[in-house]
Design a protein around this ligand. Structure first.
Ligand code: 13P
Length: 354
């Protein structure tokens, strides 16, 4: 539909102009979604911005024929699983992966889950949304579901009620932080050894635990350390420290509050003028918050400057190029059984946390 007329596209035409023109050409047939970790260059073009839960919720209400997802690949996969028939989901860079999602390959997840279940316990898999569609499909097949950082405690509570134990994956930090929120004692969880296709799981320890944790973590959030919080408190007495729950439990415990990206945004918006807030999450979001609240006399600083290189792969140039070739660009596709079962797991989450 969108014809890129070479005579109009001179080297002087900015990517922003090309994106605006493509958006105008597609009109209601196109919806662009963006995660909070995207750069401002991308965020200014999106129709809807949100955290992982808000973005997943949004899909079902979209009538657009083309959904362009500015985020990392698992987010586009979830959108593809939730999309209506005929709707096409695209991502400007198919290689914008999430290393944490790759820490739980589906074949190994299934082997480990079967090894745990072979002990006679009904182990329910609960996948953090930062996981592949194949892993979400396993959750759908074995009576489990999905969670995001915004609903992890409600979903973990639900999963614990469904069986004898929960296999939470791939983020052990989010699992432990959520367990602490629910008051689950440390003796009730166990980080499993996932090597040798489930052959190295300490079955005695696993049998005693209600929460079995996959040993994955976010490469970015895992870099925040308690010493960064101590240094921040020394440098800025009275500072409020807020972090994402993908941070290690000792970091969450040393902070003044932890929650999803939307929680962090809300806390900054609701802070009183004069507040000094250090935020421990991806830098693009922290910069945006600092800019947004500067005029209200709020000082928002990064706990440590850490960027997600995969989120940053989505550039204005790639977005412009995708939009100009949307009718022929390959959408994100999933095998039909993966679509069906990952959708089942995602819809359970959306229903439970409606
Ligand atoms: P949120 O769901 O809090 O936006 O987090 C997504 C994510 O990938 C954090 O690393």
């Amino acid at each position: 539909m969108f014809q890129n007329k070479p005579e109009e596209v001179t080297t002087m035409t900015s990517f922003a102009d090309r994106i605006a023109r493509a958006k105008a050409a597609y009109g209601q047939r196109l919806a662009i979604l963006g995660h909070h970790y995207q750069t401002d260059d991308i965020i200014r073009h999106v129709d809807f911005q949100g955290d992982s839960l808000e973005l997943a919720r949004k899909i079902e209400s979209l009538g657009a024929e083309h959904v362009v997802f500015c985020g990392v690949f698992f987010m586009a996969e979830s959108a593809a699983a939730l999309a209506r028939p005929g709707q096409k989901v695209h991502i400007p860079r198919m290689d914008a992966t999430c290393p944490m999602a790759e820490m739980a390959p589906a074949s190994r997840v299934e082997q480990v889950l079967l090894a745990l279940r072979a002990q006679g316990r009904n182990v329910i898999p609960l996948a953090y949304v930062n996981s592949t569609a194949d892993v979400k499909a396993i959750c759908g097949r074995f009576g489990g579901s999905v969670c995001t950082s915004a609903n992890a405690s409600a979903m973990l509570k639900w999963a614990l009620d469904q069986g004898d134990a929960v296999l939470f994956l791939p983020d052990k930090n989010l699992g432990m932080n959520t367990a602490a929120q629910l008051g689950l004692p440390a003796s009730d969880h166990h980080v499993i050894n996932v090597q040798a296709s489930g052959g190295r799981v300490d079955m005695q320890a696993a049998a005693k635990a209600r929460l079995l944790l996959w040993p994955g973590a976010c490469a970015i959030h895992h870099k925040f350390k308690p010493r960064h919080i101590e240094q921040m408190r020394q440098a800025h007495p009275g500072v409020r420290v807020l972090v994402h729950p993908e941070c290690a439990p000792e970091v969450v415990q040393a902070s003044d509050g932890a929650g999803s990206t939307s929680y962090l945004i809300k806390q900054c918006a609701e802070a009183a003028p004069g507040a000094v807030i250090a935020v421990g999450t991806e830098l693009n979001l922290v910069f945006r918050l600092a800019q947004r609240h500067k005029a209200e006399d709020k000082t928002i600083i990064p706990l440590k400057a850490l960027t997600c290189s995969n989120m940053a792969k989505i550039s204005e140039q790639r977005l412009a190029e995708l939009l100009e070739s949307l009718d022929t660009a390959p959408p994100v596709t999933l095998p039909s059984n993966v679509t069906e079962l990952s959708r089942l797991a995602l819809e359970r989450m959306l229903r439970i946390c409606a």
